[in-house]
Each structure stands twice: as structure tokens, then as C-alpha cells.
Design a protein around this ligand. Sequence first.
Ligand code: NAD
Length: 258
Amino acid sequence: MSCSFDFKGKTVLITGAERGIGLEIAKGFAKSGANIVIAGIMDEEFPNAEKEITALGAECFCIHTDVADEESVINAVESAWGKFTKIDILVNNAGINKLAPAEEMPLSTWQRIMDVNLTGTFLMCREAGRRMLSAGGGNIVNVASMSGLIVNPLPQTQCAYNSSKAGVIMLTKVLANEWAERGIRVNAIAPGFTETPLTAKRLSVPDDPAVKKWIGGTPMGRVAQPEEMVGLVLYFASDLSTFTTGTCVPVDGGYTVL
Ligand SMILES: NC(=O)c1ccc[n+]([C@@H]2O[C@H](COP(=O)([O-])OP(=O)(O)OC[C@H]3O[C@@H](n4cnc5c(N)ncnc54)[C@H](O)[C@@H]3O)[C@@H](O)[C@H]2O)c1
């Protein structure tokens, strides 16, 4: 067993790693020796992400991928496999959110959030998982959310997001069970409120009532920085966690203990 975050020679496919938490996770793996495949929709962010990752000495391959689209996912996994001849680690990080009171939530909004967050995670797991199984194993880390474990206080009305992330946590358990004896571990992290482009607009509003509640409800009294999500993902993907599968660990400054 290697007791370190040594990913030399490994290929890591990360969805939505053009920016935010995903980019920090990609950089964490790159610093530890892995080569990176970024699968996402923000093509305009690819050059910057590629620059940041290659500056760390890693190879970086970006593929336009809509995780909610089956053909796009099949193409991404095939292209990654074609480029590096394997995928050792899959990180499902792509995610979206849109708030609306439940009684006004348009079906199209609900559906898109489910399609990206839950179905996208499933499709990526299915396609990469099939290849990992035939190659003898692999490792999957899903980026869920503490919103998959708790209900956010009002005025945060996000029934679709929370339901989708709860689904990701259950999918993590189901896949962990199905693939445990065939060499694939599947775990999830549940970030708390994190300063990224997804939350930047809200965080920039002074005295925003939702932000006040997030910070007030967090024992550590602050939001997270994206790099604070990296350690747990690398731990789950490493040989330091060989008996850990099907679990979901919050990284939330203590929010979910209250
Ligand atoms: N920021 C937070 O407070 C927070 C808290 C808990 C969980 N999360 C989760 O962390 C993950 C990353 O979020 P972030 O805050 O870095 O947000 P972000 O908006 O900065 O990044 C999301 C990434 O997902 C990609 N993406 C969106 N739709 C996609 C699609 N259809 N196909 C492929 N890629 C797509 C985007 O291109 C982007 O790179 C998400 O799953 C989010 O739900 C974030």
C-alpha cells in the first residue's frame, strides 16, 4: 500500500473542471502526478484550465461534454480512453442549481437540474464504470452536496437541487455495492457553501439573508474555499482509503452537525 497521494501515471477524468471546485480538484491530482481529462461545457474556460494544469507538469485533455447527453458522455469516455488508454479515476463534479419556490418550479428547470446532477453522474459512472470493470478496477468520487443531506433554510428554495444531490448520494451507495467485489470503489463528498462562480453573485451581495443564514449556521463561521474540497477527494481516490466505499462525507465547516 502506498501511504501517500501519489497518482503518478494515473488518468483522472473530471467533469466540470473548467473552473470552481472541479478545477481545484484537477490541480490537486495534477500536483500529485496524474494526467487530467476535463469533460465540460464551458469551452471558453478550457484554455485557462489547461494552462493551470499543464503548469503543474501534467498532461491535460479537454473534451466538450454535456453530461446530461448520453451520446456526449459516450464520446467523452471513448476519447479519454483513446488518448490515455485508461481511466483510473472518475470525479463527477459537474453540477447546476436554480432556485424557485416548489409551487412555481417549471418542469423544464426541475428536469434539467436532475439531468445534469443525477442522470449525468449516472451516465458518466455507467460509461467509465463499464470500462473500469473490464480493465480490472477503478475509483469514482462523486461531488454531491450537503444539500443532499439537509434542507437549506428559507429563502433558499431549491427542491430540485437538493433532491438531485440526495439521489447522487444514494447512487454512490448502490454502485459501491454493485461494484465492490469487482475492484471499483465509489464514494462522495458533500461540500458546504463554497466560494465559486456558482455562488459568487450571491456572496457579493452585502447582508444577503441567505448568506447570513449559511454563515450563521456554520460553526466555523465562514464559507469554504474550493481548494478545501481537494484533500478528501484525493483521499477517496488513493490507496489510503482501500476499505472505504459507498460513503458520503460532508466538508461543511460543521454545518450539518447542528
Ligand atoms: N459552490 C458551492 O457552494 C457548492 C456546494 C455544494 C456542492 N457544490 C457542487 O460542487 C460542484 C461544482 O460546483 P462549483 O461551485 O464549482 O460550480 P461552478 O458553476 O463553478 O462549476 C460547475 C461546473 O460544472 C460544469 N457543468 C455545468 N453543466 C454541465 C453539463 N451539462 N455538462 C458538463 N459540465 C457541466 C460547468 O461547466 C462548470 O465547470 C457542483 O456539482 C455543485 O453542485 C457546490
